[in-house]
Structure formats: structure tokens, C-alpha cells
Design a protein around this ligand. Structure first.
Ligand SMILES: Cc1cc2nc3c(=O)[nH]c(=O)nc-3n(C[C@H](O)[C@H](O)[C@H](O)COP(=O)(O)OP(=O)(O)OC[C@H]3O[C@@H](n4cnc5c(N)ncnc54)[C@H](O)[C@@H]3O)c2cc1C
Length: 373
């Protein structure tokens, strides 16, 4: 045993929040991270004065005031409002589906006209139980919106035809009968001025926390488990157990980033490509997250390509279908047999957490961990 109280595996938002809170309580923590940088998927890097979201667009949003105040300790947030646009073969539509979208799609002007048009479109599925994602989407929003704004994007995201995908993937499609392009319904949203990495840097800056990057837990798993009284593990739970019950399924992504010698490429931070000819799902233009920042003669854009996941790839999204959730439950039972390891975060708990949810989950773990001490 060494003189640390905790080993935290992974320096993403879960691991960093836990380490910060444990250090506040006087505990000594070692953090190991297999990437060559801290902050996990919220990592941002400054290039030409622009904060580049290296692992995809990250917009902080929450209705939980406590979490909003918590994250604001570590950075000042701007008033960025997520309002992505969809590009379907050069036709531009506002998202989420709202009066601007319906006006462009059908020329309707009033909420009553839009409502009537949607109801008319939905009739195609009247009385029929949807058996796949295509039918489900048509039953919710009708064929026009499905074909232009849902089909291509979803098929690229999942790597499967919409008619082969289960209906439950789309439980509901939010429809807004107002001219409001704000993607989120949350009370608070924004982007940290100066990027996300500073948040994790501040969380991990303590005399009680030692951080080492470029270290994979699995290179010395048995020794770590013997050397540390308690381990907070934020990597893949199935890998921790050597896939002994089978592999959980993940989706991966490939990012293609390009620096352009122009000021403004697409006029918006996020443009979704909803046709099925364009191989990527979206283009992010990073400078628009922090309006007016960065080099006026440069911009940085990233194309996002969804990928199948194979061992060794980055597991960006858990695939939370019935089969995988069932398998995760079995791994969770195994986890209960190793009481000196706490599994946390998106990969440790195999759950699609947003940032505010992962902070909440980490703070819940902190409460559980320290309430009796
Ligand atoms: C493309 C994309 C877009 C997103 N957009 C948003 C958004 O707009 N808003 C929002 O709120 N959330 C968003 N999220 C979710 C957000 O990224 C997560 O909520 C958050 O990053 C989860 O933190 P975490 O610590 O659980 O996981 P991670 O950030 O994945 O951190 C886990 C860390 O553990 C390390 N690790 C894994 N295994 C090992 C090992 N064996 N040894 C050592 N280190 C290891 C990893 O390298 C990683 O750094 C998005 C996610 C993705 C993928």
C-alpha cells in the first residue's frame, strides 16, 4: 500500500469532480489518464485563439441551479444558445423542429396551420403500430420532416437503415409551435469562456492530487488494485472484467479537423448534414462557440463521422438497448463483488450522461463515499 487514499482512473469530468471533492475533504489522490492530456471528452485546445472542441461540440446545459453554480466556480460562461441548423442537399432548416422549420418546409405561418399540417402528415400511420424507426418517426412528425431531417442523419448515426432500426430509439420528437431555435429547454446553458480544459485543470490543482497522463490502468491492473485502498474507475466496465460476460456495444466517431484561411465558413457553430449522400453527420465551426474570439483570418472546422466500434477504438457512445442494458446489469453485479472499486461516469456506468448529469453522478458518489466518515 502507498500513502494515497484513492486512485482515480480517468481524468474526465467524473474523475476530476470526484478528485476535487475528495481533496477538499483532505484525502490524497492519484489520477491516472491513458490519453496524453486531461479532461476526457470535454478537452478543448486553443488554436489561433480559437477553443477547439477536440471530441465534438460540447454545450453545457442544465436546469439544476446547484450544478450550474457548481460548474461556474471553475469558469465564466458566455450566453451561447445552441441553435443548430440542418443542411439537406443545400436546403437549410432550423432545429429543433419549430415554426421556422415548418414555415420553410410547408410555407405555413401560424401555429394552427403548422399543427394541421403535421396532423395531416401523421395520418399515414393512423391506427398502425410502428414496427421500426422509420414508421415511428412518420407516426410522430410525418413523412416530409422524416425524409429531409431525420432519415439520413439517423442512418449515418447508427450505421443502419431506418427500417432496420427499432422504433424505441425515437420515443418522441420535440415539436415546438413557436419561432424559437433554442435547442435546449433548460434554464441555463453556455460555453466556458476560454474552453473546458481549464475547468478540469482547476479541479485537479491541489497539493493532495497527483496526475499522470499517458498511463493505462490495464498495464498494471493487479498492482493498482493491491496498492490503493480504493479505486474510482471511469473506464469501460466490461474491459475491467476482461469482457468475461461478453462485450458491451458502443458507437465510435472519427473527427476530421481542418484550419481554413477565412474568417467565417458556415455562419453557425453546428450544421447537421441530414441527407444520406454526405458521409459526415455534422460540421462544427469552433469559433462560433465564443463569438468574436480568435484570429479574424482563420477558422477551424471539424467534420464528424460516426463509426462502428471495435476493441481499441474510442467508445464515445454507449448503445443503451435492452440487450446491452441487460448485460450491463450483469457486469454491475460483478462490480458489487469488488467493494474497493467504484465504477463511475459514462463508461463505468454505461450510461449516456451529459456533462451536468456526470457532475451530479460524481457528487452523488462523493456523498455516498464520505457521508459515514
Ligand atoms: C461527441 C460528443 C458530444 C457531446 N456533447 C455534449 C454536449 O453538448 N453537452 C453535454 O452536456 N455533454 C455532451 N457530451 C457528453 C460529455 O462528453 C460527457 O458527459 C462527459 O465527458 C463524461 O465524462 P466522464 O468522465 O464520464 O467520461 P470521459 O470524458 O470519457 O472520461 C473518461 C476518461 O477516462 C480515461 N480512461 C478510460 N480508460 C482508461 C484506462 N484504462 N486507463 C486510464 N485512463 C482511462 C479516458 O481516456 C477519459 O479521459 C458529448 C459527448 C460526446 C462523445
Amino acid at each position: 500500500m502507498n500513502n494515497y487514499d484513492y486512485l482515480v482512473v480517468g481524468s474526465g469530468l467524473f474523475g476530476a469532480t470526484f478528485a476535487y471533492e475528495a481533496a477538499k475533504r483532505g484525502k490524497k489522490i492519484k489520477v491516472i489518464e491513458k490519453r496524453d492530456h486531461i479532461a476526457g471528452n470535454i478537452y478543448t485546445k486553443e488554436v489561433s485563439g480559437i477553443q477547439v472542441h477536440e471530441y465534438g461540440a460540447h454545450i453545457f446545459h442544465t436546469s439544476n441551479e446547484e450544478i450550474w453554480n457548481y460548474i461556474n466556480q471553475f469558469a465564466k460562461f458566455n450566453r451561447y444558445t445552441n441553435s443548430p441548423v440542418a443542411n439537406f442537399h443545400g436546403e437549410i432548416y432550423n432545429m429543433p423542429f419549430n415554426m421556422n422549420t415548418f414555415n420553410k418546409m410547408w410555407g405555413v405561418v401560424t401555429p394552427a396551420e403548422a399543427h394541421a399540417k403535421i396532423e395531416e402528415q401523421r395520418k399515414e400511420m393512423a391506427g398502425k403500430e410502428p414496427t421500426n424507426l422509420e414508421e415511428q418517426a412518420i407516426s410522430l412528425i410525418g413523412r416530409d420532416i422524416y425524409e429531409k431531417l431525420v432519415k439520413g442523419y439517423t442512418e449515418k448515426q447508427w450505421g443502419q437503415k431506418a427500417t432496420d432500426l427499432p422504433a424505441f430509439i425515437i420515443r418522441r420528437l420535440p415539436v415546438r409551435l413557436t419561432y424559437d431555435n433554442n435547442y435546449f429547454n433548460d434554464t441555463y446553458q453556455g460555453i466556458p469562456i476560454g474552453g473546458y480544459t481549464q475547468i478540469v485543470e482547476k479541479m485537479l490543482k491541489s497539493d493532495l492530487i497527483d496526475v499522470e497522463t499517458g498511463i493505462d490502468f490495464f498495464d498494471r491492473k493487479d498492482e493498482y488494485l493491491q496498492e490503493y485502498p480504493k479505486v474510482i474507475f471511469t473506464g469501460m466496465i466490461d474491459q475491467f472484467f476482461d469482457y468475461q460476460l461478453g462485450e458491451l456495444e458502443y458507437r465510435s466517431l472519427r473527427f476530421e479537423t481542418e484550419e481554413l484561411n477565412i474568417n467565417n465558413y458556415q455562419g453557425n457553430a453546428v450544421v447537421n448534414y441530414t441527407d444520406d449522400d454526405t458521409p459526415y453527420t455534422r460540421i462544427i465551426e469552433h469559433k462560433h462557440f465564443e463569438f468574436g474570439q480568435g484570429d479574424k483570418n482563420k477558422t477551424i472546422v471539424t467534420r464528424e463521422y460516426p463509426q462502428a466500434w471495435h476493441r481499441g477504438d474510442e467508445p464515445y457512445y454507449p448503445v443503451n438497448n435492452t440487450l446491452n442494458n441487460g448485460l450491463y446489469k450483469k457486469y454491475n453485479k460483478l462490480a458489487a463483488q469488488v467493494p474497493n472499486v467504484v465504477f463511475g461516469g459514462r463508461l463505468g456506468q454505461y450510461r449516456y450522461y451529459d456533462m451536468h448529469q456526470v457532475i451530479h453522478a460524481a457528487l452523488t458518489t462523493v456523498l455516498r463515499e464520505f457521508s459515514d466518515k
